[in-house]
Design a protein around this ligand. Sequence first.
Ligand code: KG4
Ligand code: ZN
Length: 333
Amino acid sequence: MAIILGIESSCDETSASICIDGEIKSNIIASQAIHAKYGGVVPELASRAHQQNIIPTVDQAIAAAKIHKNEIDAVAFTRGPGLLGALLVGTSFAKSFALAMNVPLIDVNHMQAHILAHFIDNPKPNFPFLCLTVSGGHTQIVLVKDYFEMELLGETLDDAAGEAFDKTAKILDLPYPGGPLIDKHAQNGNPDTFKLPEPQIPDLNFSFSGLKTAILYLVQAEVKKNPNFLNEQMDDLCASVQSRIVSILLNKLKKAAKQTGVKDIAIAGGVSANSGLRNGLIEMGKKYKWNVFIPKFEYCTDNAAMIAIAGYQKYLKQDFIGQEIGPLARLGV
Ligand code: KG4
Ligand code: ZN
């Protein structure tokens, strides 16, 4: 039997999870409300909140899994990518825990973990599969050949998809994080109301900065004519923006599927919680006869279950790391 403690602290969620023989028994997430009033994540405040939250979060994860801390066989933690100060908290905790309990330490790549969240529940994708990983910091199309053998096929040249949602929300006067709010408004709106540009970016890369500028100019022009424009048109604006972001993402995914011939197609990361993206992928999957994999909501945004499951796979290979390890703000898949 293998009991893995997973720790996630790369951005603004402090999370701990217990995985027993590949099954997630607990996944506790302490979100940091403090950032909302600043309109984005403040790295210094994130680090401090992680420092406060980490021990209670781990305690809760252990209690919810109904185990004792002495039974833990290994501790897996997010090494990067992410905010350095935030990563340092989780990394230092994991190193101290491993040292104190005399158990092995496992480093996990956060972007790989978002993808490996697909190995928590059934059905699981078959290798090789394609994964569109869309979060607040990344937008990538990855060819997943094996658990830890991944090839980056394309990525964003500027803003990430989550950033496009959040920055648009700011223009629309919606609070941070705006992605889920745009999603909510979009469900009552007409996506064909406002015509927004689809950037012509070569290969499998993305760009979202032009879209953001187009929305800004549109809102500025309309508000000049009607100061109540945002209030009156919020649902249609959100539906139009969401539909464009989703079409940019899915068109590239379609291109990647065509190029590689791969039929198992997954999405991962915070933006994979978006209803437009989830529904759009299901529709496209039916049309092109793909096997589509969409994570449960709790495994879309940052969580430690995905770190624990990735850690479990490394544990099976006895792929451990020494105490000299440190976090990395930048880390490729
Ligand atoms: O993966 P994640 O929790 O953190 C990072 O690693 O970045 O992703 C957070 C991002 C934020 O930009 C947030 O606005 C976006 O995911 N997000 C959504 C939705 N839920 C979260 N974007 C659109 N629609 C949603 N329902
Ligand atoms: Zn993430």
